[in-house]
Design a protein around this ligand. Structure first.
Ligand SMILES: [Zn+2]
Length: 219
């Protein structure tokens, strides 16, 4: 039992990590897909809802920020249409936390992640008009974008594709501002969904792993 719990904790930790670095690597490292024989993992809302139920039953709340984030990356129509959302196994207060966070998460895409597109021009930029116009155009274009994934709203190829006409300075500063916004969003993620802060969750994770280890060794 201790062994199974330890394995479960390890798998869940890889799929629903506690840090942004781990989140960015999770597509590669997540082993839960192979374990459960799920092709499309991570990213399956029905599986994430099952994991949320498991997290509640096994008392492993540190995976919830990432799991709630995951649920909130799909359309409301899809989320509310999930059989697991409606079968009565997920408590109303959990669903309310997810929905309240869903709205905050979606809002954060423009208010926080894309702020670098509408902040004041850089003093040191040698062609403020051109750079301002490039950013303004992209900001207009993003009105058509899906805004449910704040952490992934700009991916690697997007920078050259959409902002390649910026001067070198503005491009670099924009990337830094976006990465800083991601870090700030991640820090705030538990709070968005009404969960304890990361420090608390990380502490609980550490204790659980130690316990599982101790039980496995027969202490
Ligand atoms: Zn510039």
């Amino acid at each position: 039992m201790a062994y199974l719990r330890k394995r479960a904790l390890a798998h869940l930790f890889l799929s629903y990590p506690l840090t942004l670095d781990q989140w960015d690597r999770r597509q590669k490292v997540s082993t839960l897909g192979a374990e459960l024989d799920i092709g499309a993992w991570p990213g399956s809302t029905s599986k994430t809802l099952q994991v949320i139920e498991v997290a509640k039953n096994l008392d492993i709340p540190w995976i919830l920020p990432a799991a709630y984030y995951d649920c909130s990356t799909v359309s409301l129509e899809l989320l509310l249409g999930e059989p697991k959302w409606n079968d009565g196994t997920i408590d109303t207060d959990i669903k309310n936390h997810i929905l309240i966070g869903y709205q905050k998460q979606t809002n954060a895409t423009r208010s926080q992640m894309l702020e670098f597109l509408y902040c004041d021009p850089l003093e040191r930029c040698a062609r403020k008009d051109v750079c301002g116009e490039v950013k303004r155009r992209l900001y207009c274009a993003t009105q058509e974008w899906s805004v449910n994934k704040p952490l992934e709203v700009m991916v690697d190829g997007d920078w050259e594709c959409f902002l390649g006409d910026l001067c070198g300075l503005c491009l670099e500063v924009s990337k830094v501002r976006f990465q800083n916004a991601r870090k700030e969003f991640w820090e705030r993620l538990p709070e968005i969904f009404g969960l304890p802060k990361w420090e608390v969750l990380v502490g609980m994770y550490g204790e659980a792993v130690d316990d599982a280890q101790a039980m496995h060794l027969g202490y």
